[in-house]
Design a protein around this ligand. Structure first.
Ligand code: NAP
Length: 556
């Protein structure tokens, strides 16, 4: 890996405080967006509330945090030298390494000059006469831009649980999605972890090694598959590098989730019990998300998913020595895969440690946090520190925190009060020149995020270039096209078992949030083709406004 010399690069606004594009967020989406905009000769300003680049990987520093998509695929593909030169150390990169990668990208493409850190975008208001956005930031300044791009991330708004007495707790309280930068040492402490989603499942085994005692408060048991993480060998890295163009093409065009893996040609019931068990066993040994790819109907057919769920429940019973604990850890209230499947390293085995206790808060709910304890209906458990692995207000939470006002002063929160409405997950009618990267209505969280980010950034920047070539001032999703897309997203989701779970995909983890299946489940390959076709047809379904004179206004 070569560290390229840092040359000062900064895009130049036409006038002070007037940019072509304002980008909100400097995670993987915001960074690539800035890079592309600059290459198009546009001026851009990126605002980032964190102190550095990295987004998710800047905030989620909890013990054990790592990606559940293999590193060689969870990386940018837009620059061949970058992908050939960066050395990933492990099959699933740990958080510090992914953050280092993000920082390397920022250095390599000299991005920081156009990013203002520790600054939130509080408000964005569309000026219907000038066709520009006026953007106000937490430092009290206001700038204008023709376009605003929300690169705010899908899982960036950490959700604090509403538990009585939490504020009275005298020990330290940590949220996995907002972890401190300095090292947290649990040695000798009694720790309570609340939540057993991906973040809880990753952090529990690591915290258990330090804590004098760890109590895990579980409301809903989750399906988890062993990661089988390991160091990558030079040979494994080379195999990817030699075939990267084709691997990336397949990820983009042919895979449902943007991750290259074997595509099953059979359903679970096409095999007899022994053969099926052998296949599950082989995927369990291999580890990782590919477990769900062993058959082609696990997300669609109840009888099929029952076979996979039964297999995982049997594994939990084999691993966990105490039968009562094993039973509590066996998920039984949702189809496997209908909530994001977790990938772990020794999560279930951790409950065999003498210093770890599982508390089932479904049958014995948490009533109150006391200054030094968690009180459930039945008991009081003393703890010195609390870890809240309670998840995020996903997909819309970070957008909702910004006061976004489009045509006629309507806010995006008003428009989305019954659930997010977008055309292609990219724009929302009534909010011209406002793009969302991996927004609701796009594959986003159901895919390898970097594949989806790159697709959106390229589509958006191509659209802006197309607009400039034609001297167009504004582009906006048409309401009919948006309604049709929302109906399509919904219809595809309901042909699967996903909506059957109370998941964050549905907004079900946030009290009062409308329950709508937010991501597009049709697959990244299909979705990319739809977006490309729309663009090829002159951005079909979008309406454009000519810059001058106004009578040249054209609707497509
Ligand atoms: P999550 O999946 O939403 O899990 C939150 C957990 O907290 C659930 O067990 C939930 O229980 C529990 N919980 C929430 N509020 C609670 C309350 N008031 N009282 C008690 N328990 C409560 O959140 P997450 O684990 O942070 O993961 C979110 C997503 O981030 C993942 O699905 C994944 O997409 C991503 N992620 C990925 C990785 C990775 O790449 N390896 C790692 C971490 C996260 P209920 O289920 O009963 O609501």
């Amino acid at each position: 890996m070569s560290a390229l010399p840092s040359v000062s690069a900064k895009s130049q606004p036409a006038a002070a405080g007037a940019y072509d594009v304002v980008v909100v967020g400097a995670g993987f989406a915001g960074m690539y967006m800035l890079h592309r905009l600059r290459r198009q000769g546009l001026s851009a300003r990126v605002y980032e509330q964190g102190g550095d680049v990295g987004g998710t990987w800047y905030w989620n520093r909890y013990p054990g945090a790592r990606c559940d998509v293999e590193s060689m695929q969870y990386s940018y593909s837009f620059d061949d030298e970058l992908q050939q030169q960066w050395d990933w150390s492990e099959r699933y990169a740990p958080q510090p390494e992914i953050l280092k990668y993000a920082q390397h990208v920022a250095d390599r493409f000299d991005l920081r000059g156009d990013i203002q850190f520790e600054t939130r975008v509080d408000r964005a208001e569309f000026d219907e006469i000038a066709n520009t956005w006026s953007v106000t930031t937490s430092d009290g300044r206001t700038v204008t831009a023709q376009y605003v791009v929300l690169a705010t991330g899908c899982l960036s708004n950490a959700k604090m649980p509403d538990i009585k007495g939490l504020g009275d707790f005298k020990g330290k309280v940590y949220h996995t999605g907002h972890w401190p930068h300095e090292e947290v040492d649990f040695t000798g402490l009694r720790v309570g972890v609340i939540g057993t989603g991906s973040s809880g499942i990753q952090s529990v085994p690591v915290i258990a090694e330090q804590a004098s005692h760890l109590t895990v408060f579980q409301r809903t048991a989750n399906f988890s598959i062993p990661a089988r993480n390991a160091e990558l060998t030079p040979g494994e890295r080379e195999a990817f590098r030699a075939n990267y163009p084709e691997i990336r093409r397949i990820a983009r065009e042919e895979m449902r989730n943007g991750i290259v893996q074997e595509v099953p040609d059979r359903g679970a019931l096409d095999d007899g019990e022994n053969e099926r068990r052998a296949k599950f066993e082989s995927r369990w040994s291999k580890g990782g998300l590919t477990f769900m790819g062993v058959y082609n109907n696990l997300a669609f057919d109840k009888a099929a998913y029952d076979t996979a769920a039964g297999f995982v429940r049997d594994k939990i019973a084999e691993i966990v020595e105490d039968p009562q604990t094993a039973k509590l850890l066996q998920p039984n209230d949702h189809p496997i895969g209908s909530k994001r499947i977790c990938i772990d390293t020794d999560f279930f085995a951790t409950f065999n440690r003498p210093n770890v206790t599982l508390v089932d808060i479904k049958s014995d709910p948490i009533r109150q946090i006391l200054p030094h304890a968690v009180r459930t209906s039945a008991r009081e458990i003393e703890v010195d520190a609390l870890v809240l692995a309670t998840g995020f207000d996903a997909m819309t939470g970070s957008v909702a925190k910004i006061d976004i006002r489009g045509r006629n002063g309507q806010t995006l929160n008003q428009k989305w009060a019954e659930g997010p409405k977008t055309y292609l997950g990219l724009m929302s009618a009534g909010f011209p020149n406002l793009f969302i990267v991996t927004g609701p209505g796009s594959p986003s969280v159901l895919s390898n995020m970097i594949v989806s980010i790159e697709q959106h950034v390229e589509w958006i920047t191509d659209c802006i270039a197309w607009m400039r070539d034609r001297d167009l001032a504004a582009i906006e999703a048409g309401r009919d096209a948006e309604d049709r897309w929302v109906a399509h997203v919904n219809e595809v989701a309901h042909s699967t078992l996903y909506p059957q779970a109370n998941s964050w995909y549905m907004g079900a983890n946030v009290p009062g949030k409308p329950q709508i299946f937010m991501p597009y489940i049709g697959g990244v390959g299909v979705y990319r083709q739809i977006c490309n076709d729309v663009a090829a047809k002159g951005y079909e379904g979008f309406a454009t406004t000519a810059a001058e004179p106004p009578q040249k206004r054209a609707a497509s």
